[in-house]
Design a protein around this ligand. Structure first.
Ligand code: XMP
Length: 316
């Protein structure tokens, strides 16, 4: 599309005059990936990408991100493995907003430690999109204080860096078009958005290794079955959440208490509003059967049928 090519040329052109080294936190998501690619086109190896593995990512995500940045893009890339630090800090914390703050704070600490040791950097690049700007209240929008998005604000001041946000005026669908034009692998272009605080907001109550394992395994099944049904690209997000509630199940002639997993699949254009997806019952049944068969600790599977508003896309 002409407008997207023009956007790319214009963004690269503007940034090619930047002086100094640029640090970009990448998550493997489309936003930070496109941010990094645009900057890389403009300044080459003066861009350094850093990925923080917080232990709250989707199945196998860390390895995949590292491979793409190093091997496919040939960028300067460092992965910081910090899962234990995050889980330690999250111990005993059950309040959703508190969990977001802990994950955001720990990210800022890990990231800052790296930046201070490996600098000097002049710029901090972030993959902020227009809806992030609005929802975080930067434009004074009504959603100002509903949730704290850690990708807006904080770090630049702390590190004394200037902010670089080339995608600030774009919506997700536009970022996807740009990604395809920049040669981002198709699997990554179409991968569903994933929240910065990761699985911490898809686990109700305390984040424990047990619940993390359930959320990862169940979400992988949801994604695989959607793919197999050819529906993955037709929905906005799809995952399985888990909490502390238990329900009775029977295995053979034995009754036992297991976890309840909630499948959430939504359709949306920009995440500001969303509708729950009317998936075929046969598909839901398949997901449910696989989840209870393959994940021993799960006895019940439920499907979330609330739209946004009044619900949000993430449960926390
Ligand atoms: P909600 O749950 O508010 O989510 O309807 C709207 C969209 O934003 C994502 N989300 C986040 N993304 N940091 C992020 O980078 C966050 O703290 C965060 N919280 C929610 C969510 O996945 C959905 O796409």
């Amino acid at each position: 599309e002409w407008t997207m090519d023009a956007f790319i040329d214009d963004a690269v052109d503007k940034m090619s005059g930047l002086e100094g080294n640029i640090l970009c936190g990448v998550s493997g998501g489309i936003d930070s990936t496109v941010t990094a690619l645009l900057i890389h086109k403009a300044v080459g190896d003066r861009l350094k990408c850093v990925f923080v593995d917080n232990g709250l990512l989707r199945h196998n995500e860390e390895a995949e991100v590292e491979r793409i940045f190093k091997e496919e893009f040939g960028m300067r890339f460092t992965a910081l493995y910090a899962a234990e630090r995050f889980l330690e800090k999250l111990k005993g914390i059950t309040d959703p907003e508190e969990k977001r703050k802990v994950v955001g704070g720990e990210f800022a600490d890990v990231f800052s430690e790296y930046a201070e040791k490996n600098g000097p950097f002049r710029w901090l690049a972030q993959g902020t999109l227009y809806p992030d700007v609005v929802e975080s209240g930067a434009t004074g929008g009504p959603a100002a204080v509903i949730k704290s998005h850690h990708n807006v604000g904080g770090l630049p001041d702390r590190l004394g860096l200037e902010i670089l946000e080339p995608l600030r005026e774009l919506y997700k669908d536009e970022v996807r078009k740009i990604a395809a034009r920049l040669g981002v692998p198709p699997g990554l272009v179409s991968r569903h958005p994933f929240p910065g605080p990761g699985l911490a907001v898809r686990i109700m109550g305390e984040v424990t290794p047990r619940k993390l394992g359930i959320a990862k395994a169940a979400s992988k099944i949801v994604e695989e079955e959607l793919e197999a049904a050819g529906l993955y690209d037709t929905v906005w997000q799809a995952y399985a959440a888990v909490g502390d509630d238990r329900a009775v199940g029977v295995v053979g002639d034995e009754r036992r208490h297991g976890s309840i997993v909630t499948i959430r699949v939504v359709e949306s254009l920009d995440a500001m509003t969303a509708d729950w997806s009317r998936l075929p019952h046969g598909l839901l049944e398949k997901m449910s059967n696989r989840i209870t068969n393959e994940i021993e600790e799960v006895t019940w599977v439920t499907y979330a049928i609330s739209s946004k508003p009044p619900a949000t896309i993430e449960p926390q």
